[in-house]
Structures are given as C-alpha cells and as structure tokens.
Design a binder for this molecule. Sequence first.
Ligand code: GDP
Ligand code: MG
Length: 179
Amino acid sequence: TGGSSRPFRVVLLGARGVGKSAIASIFAGAADSMDSDECELYGDEVCEQTITVDGEKATATLVDNWDSEDEGGSSQDQCIQTGDAYLLVYSITDRSSFLQASELRISLRQRRPAHHTPIILVGNKCDLVRRREVSVTEGRACAAVFDCKFIETSAAMQHNVWPAFHGIVQQLRLRRDTK
Ligand code: GDP
Ligand code: MG
C-alpha cells in the first residue's frame, strides 16, 4: 500500500543535550537504504532515508532542528505544525528533561488537537545506569498518561534506536490505513 506517498515527516523534540542529534546521526547512517548509501540532506538538520519496516519500504524525513531555548517562538511552532509524527526525547540521567518532555506532550496536544498524532516517548542514554534519575516505570507510566508509546534507547550503544524509528513508521501506517 501507498509506496508512492510523500515521505513521513518525523520531528525530534526534547531538551538540549538529551541526544537528539546522536539519534539523528544513527538514522542518517542507515545501512539498509537502497537508494543511496548516505543520507540526502536538505539543510543541516533534516535527513531523508528509505527504510524497510515489516518488509515494506517507507521514506521518512527526520527533522532535528528543535530549539528548546526558543520558547513559544516561530521555529518551535513550525516544527510542531509540520510533523506527521514525533520522537519526544528525554535523558534518563536528567529529570528536568523528563519534565520538559511532559510539557512538550501537553503543547503538542494543544497545538495539534485534531490529530491522532503518532508520538513515542524516548528515554535516551539508558547505558548510563549509574546516573539514572528517571526509572523505567516512571517513563512507562508517563507514556500511558500521555497516550503514547514508550521506549528506552542508547544512541551511544546504538541500542533500540532503530526499533524507535520502526515503531513510528508502524504507527504512521496504522493511522494512514484507518483514515
Ligand atoms: P541534543 O542537544 O539533544 O542534540 O544532544 P546531542 O545529540 O548533541 O548529545 C548531547 C551529549 O550526550 C553528547 O555529548 C552525546 O555524545 C551524548 N549522548 C547522546 N546520546 C547518548 C547516549 O545514549 N548515551 C550516552 N552515554 N551519551 C549520549
Ligand atoms: Mg542537537
């Protein structure tokens, strides 16, 4: 179904330093891209890749230009308005980034109210076990309250990052197929 549709636009959101760009660089280095062995870049912070999910190709554009300092600014607004799906990233070593993720979830709901927007809450840096400030249980509970999926990743160890991308594509397809 729908192999010729436009690329999905997946936006990385989250506090500074949580690992958004580290996650984006894993996406940019995707080895299973059939069309090119390097990421096609449109500007510095946007990357398009064709990946295979459940045996079906999907083209996704990953956007990594969230500016957490630009509170309520136009660049933030554009980020939120133009995404088809969101990876809401915090660091398990930084409780304030977890609280920021909750705030972002609320502002997504306010600014994109009519949509059943695919969102995954991503607890990154799970390799840093001794610096953990947010438990798996808390992350999962927060995702349940906010009605989104949850995954813990380590960009440094390349752990669970692809399952997060695949999960967002699966959610996008579900949404497309039920529309
Ligand atoms: P951004 O501001 O959200 O884009 O965060 P960056 O991707 O620039 O990462 C901030 C810092 O955290 C960098 O020093 C990264 O190397 C480090 N980092 C990112 N992801 C991980 C991770 O999963 N584990 C560890 N240990 N460090 C990470
Ligand atoms: Mg960055």
